[in-house]
Design a protein around this ligand. Structure first.
Ligand code: ACO
Length: 337
């Protein structure tokens, strides 16, 4: 067996403030029935000003280190997947590295929107497989509600904030990251983007004409994601030398329950094998897949030897999938989560 990365720690952070569909009914022309029927979302979390991207990442990372039974000084690398950093410079990963005291670690951000965590997992796993790192922290964190126009009903009902983190360590056992698939189709870039940036940059110190906000052509993204979620998952399953029926748990990006349903059908997986929490958190972008993974691990839904598919899609347009064989047996004398 070659050298692989395996997941040994996990953690999450979700802001306290809950924004329900009923709250949104007072903000835009919408209804709880419409949102539940079209998306599966009932409520989402909103980051307070003190719940910065770095603070949410640090809270999830500390839990992940504790689950793994490791100290921050044991990390070789910190990768933060985010498109909503607290500032463009320095990176969130460097801010996080300082916050944790991970003094030995290199640190960088990775921007692939909702696919960011699965992209970052693939990158971290490569560093470990190549032997250039032993222990890597991978965080998916976003605060997209800071970029949502709360007068635009076609986007404001969809998104929420949060963070999820995992610790990757080297193993020679038959477990860990078995395959990774990365994809992008930049011709669809303007289906989902933050507008007003060109105006902001060309204002050259003058007051820009408008504040940048996220914009989305929902039905274009919907058609793309229904196709790509199933295809990317299938490719990762085949690359791992497996069949869909070998998959014990399917963890898709939580953007829309109808997209998740379609992908599960495509793979012939019953919904009991699909992790869904979109009703509680909405679309948390890069945080969505690691939050699901951590919830599943804490709920005892993951047993050693189980094959898990992680798959995500989003702005880029971009997508990523990975098959992970769960290996966590438990640090002696410690409980998960
Ligand atoms: N409440 C009530 N009505 C609404 C709302 C709302 N919140 N939003 C749109 N509508 C209306 C529309 O105006 C439209 O009305 P019309 O028929 O009179 O024109 C009608 O509902 C239907 O609109 P559609 O856009 O066709 O609705 P659809 O069934 O496609 O659902 C949705 C819209 C939920 C946005 C869907 O297209 C979707 O989920 N798309 C994918 C989005 C996604 O996954 N984005 C995240 C990518 S991840 C990342 O990187 C951030």
């Amino acid at each position: 067996m070659g050298r692989r990365a395996t997941i040994t720690g996990w953690g999450t952070y979700l802001p306290d403030r809950v924004l329900t569909n009923h709250d949104l009914e007072h903000m835009v022309e919408t209804s709880d029935e419409w949102i539940v029927a079209r998306t599966g979302i009932r409520e989402r979390r909103l980051a307070a000003p003190t719940e910065t991207t770095t603070a949410m990442a640090a809270a999830a990372a500390r839990q992940a280190l504790a689950t793994a039974g490791l100290g921050p000084d044991q990390l070789d690398l910190v990768i933060v997947a985010t498109v909503t950093p607290d500032t463009l410079m320095p990176s969130t990963a460097s801010l996080l590295q300082a916050e944790l005291g991970a003094s030995r670690a290199g640190a960088f951000d990775l921007a692939a929107a909702c696919s960011g965590f699965v992209y970052a997992l693939a990158v971290g796993a490569q560093f470990i497989a190549a032997g250039t790192a032993q222990t890597v922290l991978v965080v998916g964190v976003d605060a997209l509600t800071r970029w949502v126009d709360f007068s635009d009903r076609s986007t404001c009902v969809l998104f929420g904030d949060g963070a999820g983190a995992v610790v990757l360590q080297a193993t020679t056992a038959d477990e860990g990251i078995l395959s990774t698939v990365l994809g992008s189709d930049g011709t669809g870039a303007w289906s989902l983007y933050i507008d007003g940036f060109r105006e902001l940059l060309s204002a050259n110190g003058a007051t820009p004409p408008k504040r940048p906000y996220m914009r989305m052509k929902g039905s274009e993204v919907f058609r793309f994601s229904v196709r790509v979620l199933g295809e990317a998952a299938l490719e990762a399953i085949q690359q791992a030398g497996l069949q869909p029926q070998d998959i014990d748990l399917f963890i898709p990006h939580q953007a829309n329950l109808r997209i998740i349903d379609a992908a599960a059908k495509r793979l012939g997986l019953p919904m009991e094998k699909v992790w869904v929490n979109i009703d509680r958190y909405g679309n948390t972008s890069a945080a969505s897949v690691p939050i699901c993974l951590a919830e599943a691990a804490d709920a005892g839904a993951l047993k050693p030897g189980m094959n898990v598919v992680l798959v995500a899609f989003g702005a880029g347009l971009a997508w990523a999938a990975s098959v992970v064989r769960w290996g966590w047996q438990g640090v002696p004398g410690r409980e998960a989560g």
